[in-house]
Design a protein around this ligand. Sequence first.
Ligand code: NAP
Length: 269
Amino acid sequence: MRLGILGYPVGHSLSPAMHRAALAARGIAGSYEPLETPPERLAERIEEVRRGFRGVNVTVPLKERVLPLLDEVVPAARAIGAVNTVVNEGGRLIGHNTDAPGFLRSLEEAGVEGSRALVLGAGGAARAVVYALTRAGWEVAVWNRTRARAERLVAELGGRLASPEEAREVDLLVNATSVGLGDPSATPLPAECFPPRGYAVDLVYKPLRTRFLREAEERGLVAVDGLGMLLWQGAIAFELWSGEAAPISAMRSALHAAITGGDSHPSRE
Ligand code: NAP
């Protein structure tokens, strides 16, 4: 089963480690290749996928650009406007978005409960999160640096516009911006704005303990890092390609090893 990930750049992706571990754990002969793909080469790459791959993941900056090149895009991915998983069904390429259900699975796993959420950001990740939360019955407020982008998001996907001050009133805060990525001193929300209790989820997972999560914990919130979403979006993609249950424990261990740079360790599951 030949698999891969299209992105630009793609060298630092954790997906190859996670999916190679999944293939090995299920005893499936196959490969998962990082396929560096500049945007202007995407159409050509998609034809390679059609000829020789069972499927691929798609990451920055290609998740939106890939839609017109596919034969079918499932309704959720179409609504979100981003495809992160392509399945090749006998030469027909079908686009899915596993970020949205992956995000919900990560909340479930972390025991997140409540009814009101504030999502920071309005990019591709925020769109998947707002799609998932609104459909799961949450009341969703959205704040983004560029207001017009947030306006478009809520008009298309639901939820309402909010100010950062409204963070005090919610049960769940989600950082779906890239603030904090590679910078442990940056945070998308001043700590004074945090609610007195509830949950804070950061989609950024490099570093794993962001300032946003550290400050949330200091204020008494439960902090949930972005590896859960990464794991579950990958697990759902693996199930779409292989038709088999994803080996969660092996995938989680491989992700932890890849992010800490250490050896894969046996999970407690
Ligand atoms: P994107 O489409 O480029 O969107 C970036 C978002 O961050 C926009 O809302 C942007 O606001 C905001 N932003 C960037 N710099 C900012 C700043 N200095 N101050 C305030 N806001 C700022 O990116 P994306 O694909 O949505 O990804 C967002 C983050 O989620 C990335 O860190 C990515 O790694 C992470 N992610 C994680 C997972 C996971 O599985 N854990 C999955 C997907 C994405 P403007 O609109 O104002 O520019």
